[in-house]
Structures are given as structure tokens and as C-alpha cells.
Ligand binder design. Structure first.
Ligand SMILES: *Cc1c(COP(=O)(O)O)cnc(C)c1O
Length: 422
């Protein structure tokens, strides 16, 4: 398709967008009465309009049924989390039995490390990408110290090449090969939060497993954004938060995937609690742990139903639309945004550079040369909500659920003015 940097062309794209009607199903913040251009769905997704009713349902059941809500609410609370497994399994490419929802992302990664990071004298190293998301780095460092090991000797980081902004798959594979039989765990972000790169999860998983390591993925920036086939790729485990592209609300619950081959095993350690025991016997309050036969065995506490309600509302929308349609729109809107950036670059001189590689989802990271910070401030003042990452990067993530092509056009015009001004 030949794009044009005009309002008319952008409106035509909106008119033929099969997801266009979803834009009205989200609450947008406004600045001086004008709806903002929202590029931070990779940080906190917008609130779907239907979410409040899902939360109110729980509030009402609590008001009217109190403790009886556990079993007699329309959506009983005691197994409320099970409603999320089916829809989530279709978002991440897994079997419903391989999905559970609990806690928050970093907590879940720690819990999964209990099962999947068990260093031995010979096999103890962890491979990740350099400059992983800070929470993941702290998680790795504290886990390594907890096992009495040295971080510098244990954590192996794959670096980008000098002068390049992305990681090369061949370099990740070579590193896996190099560490070989010392490698205990490969755990990377499926989509890097900084440059928006999508890692070749299938190839890296295959290589990590061939080396005899466990392979897990932090899917914070991948879930609801890129195509995932966790089961088919033979991924051992994964976890993600739900407040980025999944639109479930600030700090909300995390999803977990655990390959079915680990279900029902007694030789894998796990931190346990009563929500991981068999439902049939849970309330007999027996001292022996009798695990669920699926990923729910990793559940510890009774489910935070008020938090799961917005997640369920969001998943209903993912079910309606499906990942293929979201990905189709994503490809078009990101390409259009890239085109707009390049057009503006031609008009005003290239003061910025897109550092996101071809393998991308819905995020473009743009390196601003020169007065980046003041340009960022100008954009925010004009109602363009984006985010700033040191030293000089703005991240633009047009979420396909609710961003329009006209937003991209308008953004281009504001950007141009901003560059000319600052
Ligand atoms: C957003 C994000 C997190 C956030 O972790 P929480 O435990 O939900 O606060 C962790 N890791 C990555 C890669 C992220 O992008």
C-alpha cells in the first residue's frame, strides 16, 4: 500500500479498519477537551468502558451475598480465576490447563524460579539480554545470591554489537552454545521494553533446550502484542503482567504459563498454598497438599477477585476480536506511523532515528538527537502521551485496539511543529 501523509488518507484507513468501532469502547484522557493521542499502551493500557460493570458485579455480590459469594455468585469467586485460562490460552498459544493467573509479574517470576532455577555445581548459569528490564535484573541478582552464588559468574548477558541498537539472534544462539552444559536457565523478555525488538522465541527456546537448560520468557511487552505459540515452541514457563497491552488496570494480576509436562510432577519443587490443592478436597482442610493437575497447582492464595474482574473484562474483548485481527491492524498502523515519521524527517531534517528493528510489535522506539527532552515535553503539552527513556528515547506504541490512523497523522503534524520550535 502506498501511504500518504494527509488527514484524508488517514481517515480513509480508519474508515476501512475492521477494529475502528473498538476505539469508542475505551476511556481516553482528555487535555483541554481534546482526546489525547495515546502512545503508552505498552505501559498502561486504557480502561475499557465495560470494565466498571465487571468490578461492580463483584461489589454487588459482596454487598448482597457476602461470604456466600464464594459459591453462589453468578461468577463464583472460589474458581473465578479459571474463567481467564481459556481466553488467555488463545492469546499466548497454550492449552488452557497450562495457564493460571495470580500475583504480579515479578513475584511470579520469583516463584517460577523456585521450580525452574535449581543450580547445581556444574549447571548454574542464567542467560538473559543485557540491560533487561530493571525488575528482572533485580530478580536475577537476588535469586543468584539466594543460592549462594556470585552474580558476576552466574548471570550471562547477551550484548548488542558495537554501534547496533538490537540483539542478533545468531549472537544469542552463539552465547547459548558457548555456555553449553553450564547453562541452567534461559530467561529473556520476549519483546524488549526499550527498543521494541521481538526476539526469535522459537529459535532461542529450541537452542536453550538443546543445551539442556530450562527456557522461560518474560512476556510483559509481548502478550496481547505479538503472536505467541508457547506450547508449540515447547517453552517451559512464562509470565506476564496484564496492565500493558492487556488493558486490565494498574498493577494488576499476572498470567503464568507452565508447560503441561511439569503438571502433576512430584520431583519439581514449588512454593505451595491452599489454592493449589484439588478443588474437591480443598475445604476438607487436610494437612497434606494434594495438587491440582494443571498450572493451578502453582496458585498459592485465594484469588484477588476484584483484580481479576477487569482482567476478565479485557479478555472478553480479546476473545471478540482475536489476536490475528489485532496483529493485522498492528502491522498497518505501525507501518503508517513509521511512514509518518520518515516523512516528517524529510521535511525537517533527520533529528531522530528509529532504533526498533524489523522484528517488532506495536512499539517504535525513536532516538532523538539534540534537544530531545524539550521536544518530549512539547509533545506532552500538546496532548501526545508518550514516554521518555534515558538517555534520549521516546517510545511510541499505537495499541491497535484503540489508536486510530488519524492519531498517527495528527501526531506527525504536532511533531513537525515541535521540532521546528525546539
Ligand atoms: C513491565 C515489566 C515488568 C513489571 O513487573 P511488575 O512485577 O508487574 O511490577 C517486569 N518485567 C518486564 C520486562 C516489564 O516490561
Amino acid at each position: 500500500m502506498t501511504f500518504e501523509n494527509t488527514a484524508e488518507f488517514a481517515r480513509q484507513l480508519d474508515a476501512s479498519d475492521p477494529l475502528a468501532s473498538y476505539r469508542d469502547q475505551f476511556h481516553f484522557p482528555a487535555l483541554e477537551g481534546q482526546q489525547v493521542i495515546y502512545f503508552t499502551g505498552n505501559s498502561l493500557g486504557l480502561q475499557p468502558k465495560r470494565t466498571a460493570a465487571f468490578v461492580e458485579e463483584i461489589m454487588k455480590d459482596w454487598r448482597e451475598l457476602a461470604v456466600e459469594g464464594h459459591f453462589y455468585a453468578d461468577k463464583p469467586w472460589w474458581d473465578y480465576h479459571e474463567r481467564l485460562a481459556g481466553p488467555l490460552s488463545r492469546v499466548v498459544g497454550a492449552k488452557p490447563s497450562e495457564i493460571t493467573v495470580m500475583n504480579t509479574l515479578t513475584v511470579n517470576l520469583h516463584l517460577l524460579m523456585v521450580s525452574f532455577y535449581r543450580p547445581s555445581a556444574k549447571r548454574y548459569k542464567i542467560l538473559c539480554e543485557e540491560k533487561a528490564f530493571p525488575s528482572d535484573q533485580y530478580m536475577f541478582q537476588s535469586q543468584i545470591r539466594y543460592h549462594g552464588l556470585e552474580v558476576s559468574d552466574t548471570l550471562v548477558e547477551v550484548r548488542k554489537r558495537e554501534g547496533e541498537h538490537h540483539w542478533r539472534t545468531e549472537d544469542v544462539l552463539a552465547k547459548i552454545d558457548e555456555v553449553g552444559d553450564e547453562l541452567a536457565l534461559v530467561l529473556l523478555g520476549g519483546v524488549n521494553y526499550y527498543n521494541g525488538q521481538v526476539f526469535d522465541m522459537e529459535a532461542i527456546t529450541r537452542a536453550g533446550k538443546a543445551a539442556g537448560a530450562y527456557v522461560g520468557w518474560d512476556l510483559a511487552h509481548a502478550v496481547g502484542n505479538v503472536e505467541l505459540a508457547l506450547h508449540e515452541w515447547d517453552v517451559d514457563f512464562a509470565a506476564w503482567c496484564s496492565y500493558k497491552y492487556m488493558n486490565s488496570g494498574p498493577g494488576n494480576a499476572s498470567g503464568v504459563y507452565i508447560h503441561e509436562r511439569y503438571h502433576g510432577r512430584t520431583d519439581i519443587p514449588r512454593f505451595e498454598g491452599w489454592w493449589g490443592t484439588k478443588k474437591e478436597t480443598r475445604f476438607l482442610m487436610q494437612p497434606a497438599f494434594d495438587p491440582m493437575e494443571n498450572a493451578d497447582a502453582w496458585q498459592i492464595s485465594n484469588a484477588p477477585v476484584l483484580a481479576l474482574a477487569p482482567y476478565l473484562a479485557s479478555l472478553e474483548m480479546f476473545e471478540e476480536v482475536g489476536m490475528p485481527a489485532l496483529i493485522a491492524k498492528r502491522n498497518l498502523i505501525v507501518s503508517y506511523l513509521e511512514f509518518i515519521l520518515r516523512e516528517i524527517g524529510k521535511e525537517v531534517g533527520s533529528v531522530f532515528e528509529i532504533i526498533t528493528p524489523e522484528a517488532r510489535g506495536t512499539q517504535l522506539s525513536v532516538f532523538l538527537h539534540g534537544e530531545g527532552r524539550s521536544l518530549f515535553d512539547y509533545l506532552m503539552q500538546q496532548g501526545v502521551i508518550t514516554d521518555w527513556r534515558e538517555p534520549n528515547v521516546i517510545r511510541l506504541a499505537p495499541a491497535p485496539f484503540y489508536c486510530s490512523f488519524e492519531d498517527m497523522y495528527r501526531f506527525g503534524q504536532i511533531l513537525k511543529k515541535g521540532i521546528q520550535k525546539t
